[in-house]
Design a protein around this ligand. Structure first.
Ligand code: NDP
Length: 282
């Protein structure tokens, strides 16, 4: 029976590391790190994410600011707001919660946040940095996944890693981070022929698709480490992952639950990234 990797407990360790660092940075630089979170409109899921991010920032003792903007705001006004924050010397990290209303171009928004304040690691400059192996802000979810993997002391060198999903925010960056640690990486997606066969080659299986219980136990190699990024609702409306936990856990050596796995780590790594951005400031 696979061991559960407790993302909630590990996220607390990470947040406590940040909490311990905040007063040290304040003493050294004369102010605390500051994260600004922008939410546009009233998407209920986004509201929950944003609240959790601000709550985590408060826990660590850093400064945080929540800017709530109406769904009707123009793209121009939002970009101006971001420019102002780019120029604000006491703001270290800027996060604009996605998705945005349809009339706003997300790519433009991401490009406008200054690379140095891009706590999400989505700016093209940070993406290029990741792929070229240069100093950059690593996106929070992939960074959290690596920390989860490291928490079980797994040596990735020479292992077969399969990433299901090729999004810019999870699939592609986690594949690069696994490659950097010398895993042999395969990226699967919606056009992959025989997903089960590909998944069964994985010593480490990372699933980031957005389809409830897509990966079942028969697709998991015995002893594999399974990281489930998905956040979905099952038939009963209960939160569940992209992996069918009930059938995968008996086959895996380690597995992350949903909820309580990758989700809390994403928020914890956002705190770490804010500290990184703060240090970049000086
Ligand atoms: P996207 O929708 O951007 O990407 C989904 C990927 O899955 C695509 O690459 C798509 O392939 C692939 N895919 C879709 N259907 C299949 C299939 N049947 N077989 C194989 N691959 C498939 O999603 P995200 O990466 O943004 O998010 C993925 C999941 O992770 C979601 O549930 C999301 O809510 C969750 N998430 C959780 C976070 C957390 O903190 N816990 C953070 C971010 C996301 P193709 O490219 O061919 O279309």
């Amino acid at each position: 029976m696979g061991n559960i990797i407790d993302g909630k407990a590990l996220s607390l360790v990470v947040k406590d590391e940040v909490k311990a660092e905040v007063p040290v940075l304040e003493a050294q630089y004369g102010r605390k790190p500051c994260l600004v979170v922008i939410i546009v409109g009233e998407n209920p899921a986004s509201q929950v994410y944003v609240r959790n991010k601000v709550k985590a920032a408060a826990y660590t003792g850093m400064e945080s600011r929540l800017i709530e903007l109406p769904a009707t705001i123009t793209e121009e006004a939002l970009l101006k707001q971001i420019e102002d924050l780019n120029n604000d010397p006491v703001v270290d990290g800027i996060l604009v919660q996605l998705p945005l209303p349809k009339h706003i171009d997300e790519e433009k928004v991401i490009d406008t946040i200054s690379k140095e304040k891009d706590v999400d690691g989505f700016h093209p400059g940070n993406v290029a940095g990741l792929w070229l192996g240069k100093k950059c802000i690593v996106p929070c979810t992939p960074a959290g996944i690596m920390r989860l993997i490291d928490s079980i002391g797994l040596e990735l060198k020479g292992k077969n890693a399969v990433v299901v999903g090729r999004s810019n925010i999870v699939g592609k960056p986690i594949a690069k981070l696994l490659l950097d640690r010398h895993a042999t990486v395969t990226i699967a997606h919606s056009r992959t022929a025989d997903l089960g066969a590909v998944c069964r080659t994985a010593d480490v299986l990372v699933v980031a698709v957005g389809k409830a219980k897509l990966v079942t136990g028969d697709m998991v190699k015995p002893g594999a480490v399974v990281i489930d990024v998905g956040m979905n609702r099952d038939e009963e409306g209960k939160l569940c992952g992209d992996v069918d936990f009930a059938s995968a856990q008996p086959v895996a050596s380690y597995i992350t639950p949903v909820p309580g796995g990758v989700g809390p780590m994403t928020i914890a790594m956002l705190m770490k990234n804010t500290i990184e951005c703060f240090k970049n400031h000086f």
